[in-house]
Design a protein around this ligand. Structure first.
Ligand SMILES: C[S@@+](CC[C@H](N)C(=O)[O-])C[C@H]1O[C@@H](n2cnc3c(N)ncnc32)[C@H](O)[C@@H]1O
Length: 374
């Protein structure tokens, strides 16, 4: 893939831009093998490739410039806006909405936040696309000052962009380099974006986590589902379950599936999917994955873990090692923490693994491992 922003040095986020895709994929497999070393699986399945461009289902755009000429993209070293609205890794359905969203910024008088001067209101625009082509649009504002104007002009925006299903304002009063703050005000009747994957409707809230690449996420859940099927467990835990992707793909009549997740909102969304799918033996609980495992007093037949980049950490690794659980599926976006966690669970042997390229043009990827007790 070629990118004019990268070639011009305007944006260097995609560090593999220009590297032939086959070489990127081979490099990611090589990297996973090298970092996992002796902890790696006996068998690697062929890597799952992604479309090279337009794969990102979520765009996080810093808003700069002026209210009459806003930029959507990043900030340069001096804190001025650099427009990247043609960014090629963002899903085309999101890119197509940018011009109308920029016009909305002007109409609603949302002054872009000026980082060096610490003035202005609109900091970021975050847009997510569902597999059905619906959009969730979030305006990250410094304060509530502009909220009435967003409300006032919202009907016109929805008329202009009928694919927009959810609109919210996120409040980020602090002057810090993060994408969003704690408080979210949803302005549309529809509160969540429906992400239909593998015949299951997952529900994404504005602040919720969702895998970045919808097609590769579908492949990840499907692969995990096949490995669960081979083991045919009667009980499964999905730790770090988010909105329930792994848990809901592992559900079968008579199999108890428990999802654990710190975000109560994500748990509520997962519960909704479970209810809609009529899955009586699946439940989702809000809580810390490690505390849940340590306090449960039982051990399931199979555990799925899909932690944040930091990995599962020493306490949960020790519990997995000592618990006697026979089967573990570990889905990781960081092979370094994965290698550390595997070193702490020597009784669990990686039998099969697969690299899934969730993030083309960048060095990142997802690795799914099937572990079995020695
Ligand atoms: C990489 S995401 C995976 C989510 C989900 N498995 C999916 O496929 O979308 C990690 C998730 O772990 C959650 N999380 C972070 N720390 C946690 C903890 N200590 N216990 C349980 N969940 C946690 C996050 O809120 C996030 O939803």
């Amino acid at each position: 893939m070629q990118c004019s922003y990268f070639d011009a040095g305007r944006c260097t986020s995609c560090t593999l831009m220009g590297t032939p895709y086959a070489a990127q994929l081979a490099g990611k497999e090589e990297h996973a093998r090298a970092v996992l070393g002796s902890h790696g699986p006996a068998e690697w399945l062929p890597a799952v490739a992604s479309r090279e461009s337009g794969y990102r289902n979520k765009a996080k755009m810093v808003v700069g410039g002026t209210v009459t000429a806003p930029t959507l993209g990043i900030l340069d070293a001096a804190g001025r806006g650099v427009d990247l609205r043609e960014c090629g890794i963002i899903a085309p359905g999101i890119r197509a909405a940018f011009d109308a969203l920029t016009a909305f910024v002007t109409t609603a008088g949302l002054t872009p936040y000026d980082v060096p001067a610490r003035r202005g209101e609109l900091k970021n625009l975050v847009v997510t696309e569902s597999p059905d082509g619906q959009l969730m649009v979030r305006f990250v504002l410094r304060s509530r000052e502009a909220l009435p104007r967003v409300r006032k002009h919202l009907p016109a925006l929805l008329a202009d962009l009928p694919q927009v299903a959810v609109v919210s304002v996120n409040l980020l009063p602090e002057h810090k380099a993060v994408v969003e703050g704690e408080e979210e005000v949803v302005l549309t009747e529809q509160q969540t974006l429906t992400m239909r994957l593998g015949g299951i409707a997952l529900h994404l809230r504005p602040q919720g986590f969702f895998q970045t690449n919808t097609e590769v996420a579908a492949a990840l859940y499907a692969q995990a589902g096949r490995w669960v099927e081979e083991v045919a467990p009667s009980s499964v835990w999905d730790l770090y379950c988010g909105v329930g992707g792994f848990a809901l793909h592992a559900a079968r009549p008579g199999r108890t599936v428990t999802g654990i997740e710190t975000s109560a909102h994500a748990v509520a969304a997962a519960e909704r999917s479970r209810t809609e799918a009529g899955l009586a033996d699946v439940r989702f609980l809000a809580g810390d994955a490690t505390a849940f495992a340590l306090d449960a007093g039982t051990v399931p037949d199979l555990v799925v873990v899909n932690p944040p980049r930091r990995g599962i950490g020493p306490r949960l690794a020790q519990w997995l090692e000592d618990s006697g659980v026979r089967h573990v599926l570990y889905s990781s976006c960081n092979v370094t923490s994965l290698a550390r966690d595997l070193a702490a669970t020597p009784s669990l042997v990686a039998v099969r693994g697969q690299v899934l390229d969730m993030f083309p043009q960048t060095p990142h990827s997802e690795v799914l491992l099937q572990l079995t007790r020695r």
